[in-house]
Ligand binder design. Structure first.
Ligand code: GH3
Ligand code: MG
Ligand code: MG
Ligand code: MG
Ligand code: MG
Length: 311
């Protein structure tokens, strides 16, 4: 009985955790009109390894946030032009910023005002002067929770791969960015006759097969490649900076190796295969047309007898 499946499970969980925690520094955007307060806050954050940027005019918030991509905002209450509460409630109208932690840091001691600030979108209210250790700890805790929430919203819990909607968004992003040599290959992979695996050996064995393929793809592709679980037993892969013929050879090797991989079940082991369709730039130029074309090629691979790749 192969133990590889169990080992690969543990490994892929470890990789998930590494990916989740090995991120860049915590980034805090300080919205505060007093230069003295800013200096004080930034010193406290820096001492605790937290990166920050400050703006004294709340009207600069959207532009700065788009560029700096903060993990949390430290918000003053009273500033020229508008209050922190007005800024926060406006921010909450933007889907991208609905869950971004907003921590008030203000000398406002009136409980009614504080409660109102929380009701209109704030996550926490700290009153000045705040103990630097408390400040850093609140900021870090809020950011960790926020990142975990973002992570689980973007990843599939069975495999740890990107989920369906995030895969599409990320492929769109790849197309907007600078692609090495202007190349991008998209592949759709679907396990063959998977219903039979479930029906014959049970759903948990099916799950294990899905995880093994995810693990194989992760091991074989580069860190810069995108791998998503697009559906139940369907995966999407996007390979930047690689020619279609080269991608096809790479996927052929993965197809061959997957077909040899033994999967444990109660009575012994089973083997299974996948089919794959490939589409590439410049034949298709948008994410949806690339995905659609790869899907068409996948259907062709199924019709032609499965366990094959169609370009
Ligand atoms: P084909 O070769 O044409 O792709 O045949 P197929 O049986 O793989 O295709 P079909 O789409 O009919 O069946 C897919 C099956 O995948 C049906 C569904 O029960 C199963 N499935 C979907 N998600 C999961 C999952 O998370 N775990 C398990 N074990 N099975 C799943
Ligand atoms: Mg102020
Ligand atoms: Mg299938
Ligand atoms: Mg399918
Ligand atoms: Mg399909």
């Amino acid at each position: 009985v192969p133990v590889g499946n169990k080992v690969s499970d543990v490994l892929s969980r470890v990789l998930d955790l590494v990916e989740m925690h090995e991120q860049e520094m915590h980034r805090v955007l300080i919205v505060e009109d007093s230069a003295t307060a800013v200096a004080h806050i930034r010193r406290s954050l820096t001492q605790h390894g937290i990166d920050s940027r400050a703006i004294n005019d709340p009207r600069q918030l959207l532009e700065t946030a788009a560029e700096y991509r903060p993990d949390a905002i430290l918000m003053d209450m009273y500033m020229p032009f508008c209050t922190g509460v007005e800024v926060t409630s406006a921010l909450r109208q933007i889907p991208e910023y609905q869950a971004l932690p907003v921590i008030y840091l203000s000398s406002e001691t009136d409980i009614v005002q504080q409660v109102e600030a929380l009701r209109l979108g704030g996550d926490q209210f700290l009153t000045k002067p705040v103990n630097p250790i408390i400040l850093a700890s609140v900021v870090k805790t809020k950011i960790e929770r926020y990142r975990e929430m973002l992570y689980s919203g973007q990843h599939d819990s069975l495999t740890g791969l990107l989920n369906h909607s995030t895969s599409k968004v990320q492929i769109e992003r790849l197309l907007q960015g600078a692609l090495p040599d202007g190349e991008l290959v998209v592949a759709m992979i679907d396990i063959d006759r998977f219903k039979m695996v479930n029906d014959t050996y049970g759903h948990p064995v099916g799950d294990q097969v899905i995880r093994s393929l995810a693990w194989l793809l992760r091991g074989r592709l580069r860190n810069t490649d995108l791998i998503g679980r697009y559906g139940g037993e369907e995966f999407i892969v996007a390979l930047p900076g690689i020619a279609p013929a080269h991608a096809q050879r790479l996927l052929e090797q993965i197809r061959e190796d997957f077909s040899q991989l033994p999967h444990a079940h109660a009575q012994g082991t089973l083997r299974t295969t996948f089919s794959c369709g490939i589409a590439a730039l410049p034949d298709y130029l948008t994410a949806s047309s690339l995905i659609g074309a790869a899907d068409d090629a996948l259907l062709e691979a199924k019709r032609a007898g499965r366990n094959r790749i169609v370009l």
